[in-house]
Structure formats: structure tokens, C-alpha cells
Design a protein around this ligand. Structure first.
Ligand SMILES: O=C(O)C[C@@H](O)[C@H](O)C(=O)CO
Length: 319
């Protein structure tokens, strides 16, 4: 059956306020530029810009911020039929970014009472889930109820309709109550996913210990996952397949302005490449090239590259 969507992402949408004056601490930063943000939305934007047919499931505030987010997503071609306006006075999350130096960046998140964590299971439409080839779950959506139950409702429908389930660990510390809680929900979800992507630190949260790649994949391959990607920042990344392949992904040089946005652009281009029948080795290159482009730009969402830009960087640096 021809599906309407290549990918639907699930989770939070927020506002990013990125320091316009960089190379200084937040205390001395007076000007910020506004962008749409939130890892699953960034991935929806990234994949849509790469030409994929994408939808987004989430809840946004019923105010100027929520309207800005929903309109921006629709304008870049994302289907927002299931991007719901909150009706209970919850707010949009705000993320201030601090750029002290290209290496020293941090984000300050305001996530009290955020609308995305109030997505309810009964608001998930089976008919919408069955229209997509893949679904991407953001780990932060598991951080509170009723959003976590809504995520498991998505997974139930996805499994019923043979939709591939991708789990982006996407750990955001201010949202979780404890490491034990994170580990429980991360493991439950990872065991049910087909593909799991995260940084080494995020897999440590999943296991609630400082782990090691071989042990992590041995544990998860006992369950549903068939592909696991573990990122090691500037040291590159590794993809592990259930049939025993280990593929070593390199990083590309970049004129780094800031580090955030790297993971979301990586996931977007990696998924694009796999969806277009490219090998895992090439998909890792696409991910790394997209990340190299986004870390050289000011935003996470608006900076998401085109296929041509990714291919040009790979061609140039693989010479
Ligand atoms: O994911 C978030 O909530 C914040 C992002 O939008 C931000 O741009 C970032 O940290 C990307 O990695």
C-alpha cells in the first residue's frame, strides 16, 4: 500500500532563543534570535527539507508561540493535522542557548507546565499512524504522563500496522525526575523499537550506568532492535546491526560556531539516506556531513541542509 508519509515524528515543539552575541556567557548576552526548536520538530524540519513526506504529532500552546511553531512547520511542508493546540493553559517550552565558545555551549531549558507533556493517548489517531512508513519517538516525550502513555499508544498502533519504530533517545535533563525513572522508560521503549539512536551518554542514561558499546548492543539485540547507532561526538559514531556488522562513522571538518543542533541534523540526514536505499556506511556519512553543516550555522532548525549541500560536503572532504 502506498503510504502518505515517509516519517512522522512524535514529541515536543518549543522555541529556541539562540544568543546573537556569541563567545560570552549568558549573563552578558542581551540579544537572542527566535527559531522553532525541539529535537523531534528539528528532525521533522530536517527530513522535510531533504524532500521526505513528513508529519508531526505533538501538543503546542494555544497562544502566539504555539501558532508561530505550527505555522513554521506547515510552511516548510510538514503535515500538522495532528499538531494539537493545548486547551488547558499549558505553555510552550523555551530554550535559551549560550555560546561561550565553539566548544563550550549549553542550553538553558524552561519546561515548567509544558504543553508537549500533556499529549493524551486518546488524542492519538490510529488512521494517521497507519499512513506512515516510519515513526520517530523522542525520548523526552516519555518523561511525564500523559505524554508517555500517548507515546505507547503510538507504538501500539505502529506495531499493528507494520510501521518502523525509530527511537531517538534525546535526553534532556530538566524534564526527568530521576535517573532510575529515565532508565526504566528508555529501556522499555528501546526494547520495542526497530532502530535506536543516541549518544554514548544517552545510552548510559538508558542503562543507568557508565556502559560500553558492546555490552549495550548485546543487551538490546536480545529484543526488537535491528540497528543501533551510538554517537561519540567529535570521535565519530558506530552503527551496529543485529547480524553482527559494526560500521565506523567518521566526522567531517567544520567551522564550528556552536555544538547544538548536531544530533537532530545527524538523525535527519541518516534517516533520509537509509530511506533512499543507501548503505549504512553512506547514511553515517550523510549524518556526519549534515551535523558539520548545522554546527557552523546559528540555528538548529533553519540551518538544516539540503541534499545538494550534504553531497557537496562529502565530495569535497572525501577527496
Ligand atoms: O531539543 C530541544 O529542545 C532544543 C533544541 O531545539 C535545540 O536547538 C537543541 O538543543 C538542538 O540540539
Amino acid at each position: 500500500m502506498e503510504k502518505q508519509f515517509d516519517l512522522i515524528t512524535v514529541g515536543r515543539a518549543c522555541i529556541d532563543l539562540n544568543a546573537v552575541e556569541y563567545n560570552r556567557p549568558m549573563e552578558d548576552t542581551m540579544t537572542f534570535a527566535k527559531y522553532v526548536g525541539g529535537s523531534p520538530v528539528n528532525i521533522a524540519i530536517g527530513t522535510s527539507k531533504l524532500g521526505m513526506k513528513v508529519g508531526f504529532i505533538g501538543k503546542v500552546s494555544n497562544d502566539q508561540h504555539g501558532r508561530f511553531i505550527k505555522k513554521y512547520m506547515a510552511d516548510v511542508g510538514i503535515n500538522t493535522d495532528h499538531t494539537i493546540f493545548d486547551q488547558e493553559g499549558h505553555t510552550s517550552g523555551m530554550v535559551f542557548t549560550e555560546i561561550k565558545s565553539p566548544q563550550e555551549c549549553s542550553i538553558l531549558m524552561y519546561r515548567e507546565n509544558v504543553a508537549d507533556l500533556y499529549l493524551r493517548p486518546e488524542e492519538i489517531q490510529e488512521d494517521y499512524i497507519k499512513k506512515t512508513k516510519k515513526i520517530l519517538i523522542s525520548g523526552t516525550a516519555l518523561a511525564g504522563s500523559p505524554s508517555r502513555e500517548a507515546v505507547f499508544q503510538v507504538v501500539k498502533y505502529a506495531r499493528k500496522h507494520n510501521v518502523e519504530i525509530l527511537f531517538e533517545l534525546d535526553y534532556r535533563y530538566p524534564t526527568w525526575k530521576s535517573d532510575a525513572e529515565t532508565s526504566i522508560y528508555y529501556s522499555l521503549m528501546a526494547e520495542m523499537a526497530d532502530v535506536v539512536i543516541g549518544t554514548r551518554d544517552e545510552f548510559d542514561k538508558l542503562e543507568n550506568k557508565q556502559g560500553e558499546n558492546n555490552e549495550t548492543v548485546a543487551y538490546l539485540f536480545q529484543y526488537r532492535p535491528k540497528l543501533i547507532v551510538i554517537k561519540h561526538g567529535v570521535k565519530g559514531s558506530y552503527a551496529y546491526t543485529k547480524d553482527g556488522q559494526i560500521i565506523d562513522g567518521k566526522v567531517y571538518k567544520s567551522n564550528v560556531l556552536k555544538t547544538f543542533g548536531a544530533g537532530d541534523s545527524y538523525a535527519s540526514a541518516f534517516l533520509y539516506a537509509l530511506s533512499h536505499g543507501k548503505s549504512i556506511e553512506v547514511a553515517l556519512k550523510f549524518g556526519a556531513a549534515a551535523a558539520a553543516i548545522v554546527v557552523s550555522k546559528h540555528s538548529s532548525s533553519e540551518a538544516m541542509p539540503t541534499v545538494a549541500a550534504i553531497e557537496a560536503l562529502i565530495k569535497e572532504q572525501d577527496k
